[in-house]
Write a protein that binds this ligand. Structure first.
Ligand SMILES: [Zn+2]
Length: 102
């Protein structure tokens, strides 16, 4: 299987987007924490925290909607249940990173 046809390549990219968003959000939280300590104000802390949580939610949304390479249903979401750490498709039980044609 060539890298161009690997159906998990999109999943890896979305996972990197999530980690990148979480790191950027963590940086914002750190800046907010620093500002809160130096200015003796709580608002920058909560703004930084909200940005961090928001960035994680923003990065997790497309990953949760990633379609399973075998069945086409969302890989890590079934109904209202969402498990981004799932090792198998919640619909067809395809293991993560497995070849969908085998
Ligand atoms: Zn599936």
């Amino acid at each position: 299987m060539s890298p161009r046809t690997d159906p998990w390549q999109v999943y890896r990219r979305l996972r990197r987007v999530l980690f990148g968003a979480a790191l950027v959000g963590l940086g914002c939280f750190g800046v907010g924490f620093h500002l809160a300590r130096t200015r003796h104000a709580v608002t920058p802390f909560y703004v930084g925290l909200a940005v961090w949580v928001g960035m994680i939610a923003w990065g997790a949304m497309p990953l949760g909607e990633f379609p399973c390479p075998r069945c086409g249903e969302p890989f890590s979401q079934r109904g209202r249940t969402r498990n981004l750490l799932s090792r198998r498709c919640l619909h067809c039980q395809l293991p993560k990173w497995a070849n969908p044609e085998s």
